[in-house]
Design a binder for this molecule. Structure first.
Ligand SMILES: Nc1ncnc2c1ncn2[C@@H]1O[C@H](COP(=O)(O)OP(=O)(O)OP(=O)(O)O)[C@@H](O)[C@H]1O
Ligand SMILES: [Mg+2]
Length: 607
C-alpha cells in the first residue's frame, strides 16, 4: 500500500530532494500559484468536481451495506426501508455520477497544470537565458537543465494528481472515521487500540528502509560515474590498455551495491511480512469481534460489511498520506529552486524582437580607459589592472600575450558580459552604459576559437547571425566565408543537419560557418579570439582569406597566439598580467630589443 501509483519508483522526480514544510516554503509555493491564476475558473470547477466525486465515492460502501441488510430484511432506521433494487439502482446512479465528474475533473486538472507549467517553463527559460554571465560561471548546465525538466515536472505532478489526491484522501479519511463511529463505536475503539502499534512500526521500518535504499542508490550512482567516465575517455582507456583495470573498478563498485541492497532485502522482507500479518490480523480481528457482535444482534451483517469497507478506506488513506506528503515536500523543494531563478535580476533584454532592435548605430570606435576587472566569482584575483587601449573605427587591433593574460576577458568585457570594476569602456567616445545592452551586442560579433553549432541545418546556423536572412544573403555570406564550396559538397547541402545529432564538421569548417554567421550580422566591431590557432595551413589559408573579407571596413580586435597572422594589424597591443606592456605596429615593436613582442616573435620564427 505504501508504494502506489503516484510514485512509481523509477521517475526522475524520485531523486529530487525534499524540503521541510515551512512558512517560507509555503509562501514561495503561493507565489508560484499565481501562475495558475489565468486558469483559476477551470481549476475551481475541477475542484468542485473533485468534491463531488469524493463524496459520491464515500457513499458507495454505505449503499452496499444497506443492500446486505435489505436482503435480510433488516433496516437501520425504521422509517425508511428501501428495496434491494432501489438501493442497487441508487448505487449505480452514484457510481455513474462519480465516473462522469471524475472524467471532467481529471481533464480540467491536467489542462490547468499543462498550461500553467508551460507558462512557468517559458518564463523560467527566458529568465535563465537573460541572466548575467556570472550566474552561469557557478553552475553546471546539467543542474540548470534539471530545473526546467525534473523540478517543473514535479510541480506539475503535484498540481495534477497530488493535490487532488490529498483532498480526496482527506475527505475519505475524515468521512470514513465519522461513519465508522456512527456504525459501531465498539469496533472503532477496538481498531483504535491496535492502530498505534502499526503506525509506530511502519514509521520506524520505513525510515530504516529508506536510509538503506538511499545508500544503495548512491552506490549505484557512483558505479555509473565509472561508466560515464570511461565512455567519455574511451580513447584513453584503450590507448593505455586499461580495460581490465576499469572492469575491476566497476565490478568492485557493483559489489558494494549488491551488499547494501541485500542488507535492505532482509529488512524489507521482515517489514513486509510483519505488515501483512498486522493488516490481515486487523481484518481477521475485526471480523471475529464483529461476528460476535452480529451474533449478539448488536450489529447487522450489512453494518459489519459497511464497517470493513470504510476501515479499508481509512487504511488506504493512511497508506497514501506519507507518499503524498513526500511529493508535496519535493514539489516545495523544486519550487524553491525555480523561485531562486525567477528572483535573480536579469540583463535588460526584452522578450519582444522590436524592443531589442538596434537604436543607435555604432561607428566602431572602441576605447578601454584604465579598466580594472576581477571576475565576480573570484573577486580576489585581479585580471585586468588599469588596462587602456584604443581601436579607431575600421582599425585592426591585435592583442597578444601569454596564456592567462586576460585576452579573452577583454572580449567578454566588449560584449558586456561583465562590467569593469573601475575605469570604463567607451563606444564612439561615449561610456558603454549610455547604450542599451542590445545595441552593443547587436553590433559586436565574435568568432570564437571553438565554434559551437546549434542542432539544426547549416542554413539555420548561418542565419543565426541575422534572423530572417534571405536565401541569397545566406549563400552570399557563405561564399565570402569560403564555406559555400564545402557546404555544396555535403549530401544535403545547406539542409545538412549539424550539432549534436547531425554530422560532424571539422574545426576549420565550423569556423567558416561562424565567419559566415558574423558576416551576415555585419557588425561594427568584430572580435576574433584565436580564430585560426587550431587549423592546418590549408584550412588556415581558407579561414584567413575569409577573415580578411570579414574584417574589411570594420573595427577588428584580433586575439592571436600566432604572431605571423597579425603582422598587418594597424596596432598590436602586448598584454601581460592584465596590463599593456607595449603597443605599436609590428615594425615598431620589433625594434624594441628588450620587448616581449620581439622575444615572442623570435621564438616563433625559430620554431
Ligand atoms: N569565468 C571566469 N571566472 C573566473 N576566472 C576566470 C574566468 N574566465 C577566466 N578566468 C581567469 O582569468 C584569467 C584570464 O583569462 P583569459 O581567458 O582572459 O586569458 P587569455 O589571455 O584569453 O588566455 P589564453 O591565451 O589561454 O586564452 C585566467 O587566470 C583565468 O583563470
Ligand atoms: Mg583566451
Amino acid at each position: 500500500m505504501a508504494r502506489n501509483r503516484f510514485n512509481s519508483g523509477t521517475t526522475p522526480e524520485e531523486e529530487l530532494p525534499k524540503t521541510k514544510i515551512t512558512k517560507e516554503s509555503l509562501k514561495q509555493a503561493e507565489g508560484l500559484l499565481s501562475y495558475v491564476k489565468p486558469y483559476r475558473g477551470k481549476f475551481l470547477l475541477g475542484l468542485f468536481f473533485l468534491l463531488i466525486s469524493s463524496f459520491t465515492g464515500l457513499a458507495i460502501p454505505a449503499l452496499l451495506g444497506a443492500m446486505f441488510d435489505a436482503a435480510q430484511g433488516k433496516y437501520k432506521f425504521d422509517f425508511i426501508s428501501p428495496s434491494i433494487n432501489a438501493l442497487g439502482a441508487t448505487a449505480f446512479v452514484v457510481l455513474f455520477i462519480q465516473s462522469f465528474v471524475s472524467f471532467f475533473r481529471i481533464k480540467l486538472f491536467v489542462e490547468v497544470a499543462e498550461k500553467t507549467i508551460a507558462d512557468l517553463r517559458r518564463e523560467t527559460y527566458f529568465k535563465l537565458i537573460t541572466l548575467p554571465m556570472d550566474f552561469f560561471n557557478n553552475r553546471r548546465v546539467g543542474e540548470l537543465n534539471s530545473r526546467l525538466t525534473a523540478d517543473l515536472s514535479q510541480i506539475q505532478d503535484t498540481l495534477t494528481t497530488t493535490l487532488a489526491e490529498m483532498v480526496r484522501q482527506a475527505i475519505f479519511f475524515i468521512g470514513s472515521i465519522i461513519i465508522l463511529l456512527f456504525v459501531s463505536q465498539r469496533l472503532t475503539l477496538f481498531n483504535v487500540a491496535i492502530l498505534p502499534l502499526l503506525v509506530v512500526s511502519a514509521v520506524f521500518f520505513g525510515k530504516l528502509i529508506r536510509k538503506i535504499s538511499r545508500q544503495a542508490q548512491d552506490k549505484l550512482a557512483e558505479s555509473n560515474i565509472v561508466v560515464h567516465e570511461t565512455l567519455l575517455g574511451i580513447a584513453n582507456v584503450k590507448a593505455f590498455t586499461n580495460e581490465s583495470y576499469e572492469v575491476n573498478r566497476y565490478n568492485r563498485s557493483l559489489q558494494e551495491v549488491v551488499t547494501i541492497a541485500l542488507r535492505g532485502a532482509t529488512l524489507r522482507g521482515a517489514f513486509a511480512s510483519f505488515i501483512v500479518f498486522c493488516l490481515f490480523g486487523a481484518i481477521v480481528g475485526v471480523i471475529w469481534y464483529g461476528s460476535t457482535l452480529v451474533q449478539q444482534d448488536i450489529l447487522s451483517v450489512g453494518q459489519l460489511s459497511t464497517y470493513i469497507l470504510y476501515s479499508m478506506f481509512v487504511g488506504a488513506a493512511m497508506g497514501t498520506f506519507p507518499d503524498l506528503l513526500a511529493n508535496v515536500q519535493k514539489a516545495l523543494g523544486a519550487t524553491e529552486r525555480i523561485v531562486e531563478i525567477l528572483e535573480e535580476t536579469n540583463e535588460p533584454i526584452s522578450i519582444s524582437v522590436e524592443d531589442n532592435a538596434t537604436k543607435r548605430v555604432l561607428e566602431g570606435n572602441l576605447k578601454f580607459e584604465d579598466v580594472w576587472f576581477a571576475y565576480p566569482s573570484r573577486k580576489e584575483v585581479q585580471i585586468l589592472k588599469g588596462l587602456s587601449f584604443e581601436a579607431k573605427a575600421g582599425e585592426k587591433v591585435a592583442i597578444v600575450g601569454p596564456s592567462g593574460a586576460g585576452k579573452s576577458t577583454i572580449a567578454s568585457l566588449i560584449l558586456r558580459f561583465y562590467e569593469p570594476d573601475a575605469g570604463q569602456l567607451l563606444f564612439d567616445n561615449l561610456p558603454s552604459q549610455s547604450f542599451p545592452l542590445t545595441d552593443i551586442r547587436n553590433q559586436v560579433a565574435i568568432v570564437p576559437q571553438d565554434v559551437l553549432l546549434f542542432g539544426g541545418t547549416i542554413r539555420e546556423n548561418i542565419a543565426y547571425g541575422k534572423l530572417g536572412a534571405s536565401e541569397s544573403e545566406i549563400i552570399a555570406a557563405a561564399e565570402k566565408a569560403n564555406a559555400h564550396s564545402f557546404i555544396k559538397n555535403l549530401p544535403e547541402g545547406y539542409d545538412t543537419l549539424v550539432g549534436e545529432r547531425g554530422i560532424k564538421l571539422s574545426g576549420g569548417q565550423r569556423q567558416r560557418i561562424a565567419i559566415a554567421r558574423a558576416l551576415l550580422k555585419d557588425p561594427a566591431i568584430l572580435i576574433l579570439d584565436e580564430a585560426t590557432s587550431s587549423l592546418d595551413s590549408e584550412s588556415e589559408r581558407l579561414v584567413q582569406e575569409a577573415l580578411e573579407v570579414l574584417m574589411k571596413d570594420r573595427t577588428s580586435i584580433i586575439i592571436a597566439h600566432r604572431l605571423s597572422t597579425i603582422r598587418e594589424a594597424d596596432k598590436i597591443v602586448v598584454l601581460e598580467k592584465g596590463q599593456v606592456l607595449e603597443s605599436g605596429t609590428h615594425d615598431e615593436l620589433i625594434q624594441n630589443e628588450e620587448g616581449l613582442y620581439r622575444y615572442l616573435s623570435q621564438l616563433q620564427f625559430e620554431a
